[in-house]
Design a protein around this ligand. Sequence first.
Ligand SMILES: [Zn+2]
Length: 371
Amino acid sequence: MEAEVWHYDGRNANRWGARLAGDATSFRLIGGSWESGPYAWADLAALDLPGADAVFGLKEAPGWRIGLPQDAIPDGLAALLPRKVRYGGFIDRIGLWKASAVLASIAALAVFVGVSAPGWIAPVVPQSFEDNLGDAMVGDFGGRFCATPQGSAALKALTTRIDPDANARSIEVANIPMVNAVALPGRRIVIFDGLLQQAKSPDEVAGVLGHELGHVEHRDTMAALLRQLGLSVILGGMNGTAGSNINALLSLSYGREAEHEADLTAIAKMRAANISPLPTADFFRRMEPALPGKGAKRGRNKGERSDLEDEAQALNWLASHPSSASRYALFADAHDTRRTYAPALQPSEWRALRTMCASDKKVKPVGAFGL
Ligand SMILES: [Zn+2]
């Protein structure tokens, strides 16, 4: 059985033309100079997308797609392809239908009262639903979490220190050069390697982690997802490519109030862990090109760009966590001069953490992500 399809491999933005050639259980994709598969028919999921094409995703392969015009599907192939599911591939992928009864009634009510996602929805979203959503998003990072024996031990040491109650279900470092960190739904936190490289000490990373833990504990991510993407997140999932899903996460804005609360959580956690908040204040200051006095402090001429400004991307941490002088002051003022703080990690641990991604031979390379 054969058909002409278009194909995204989930690793880059190329749209390939391919010939699908299959038998009763599996198929291969054959392009001009490449071939992939075999893929099991059973691993395909039909995506409920608008348009004239039937589009299918592949289990455990975020961003992987094949599509062909609905009216060009040969009969023999139609019998093998999965049928469209009502809520799209995402829910199919993670089994959210269990939660859908509760959520559908919430959604129906929201539609009834004419709002997209009122603030009270996030707190009533079952934690298990949110955990599943987070798990699927972790899948979107596919193979890009770094791990080495020493680096992982150092990460564990840092997370135990700043999050002794294990409020976060997981804290990972992703092999992505952006200066960023993000709280996923489901109490998961991802720190990007770019942030570790920009940080001058583990105390700064502890401060950022403390802040993200604040978002985790207040369930800010779920609220922001609902507010900005609407109930389709719940009912339709996030059907974009891995890169676009993560971009959506990174561009969420939690709001000034939530950011302030998260900062207060960070400060409380650092106090409890006996980590100085001063380096975090300095981190925010360095990340914020507009703050006065920074250029002078670093001996720069007016108008000259800092390394960070050069690297400043739309998606750096401060793009979704707007900084300000008052924020800097909040951390600086929390510093207790009478206290003897202990570094968040020993120098050898800090080295192991910062070099973890570079020395992990198995982690997926940076370039293949297409963010
Ligand atoms: Zn934040």
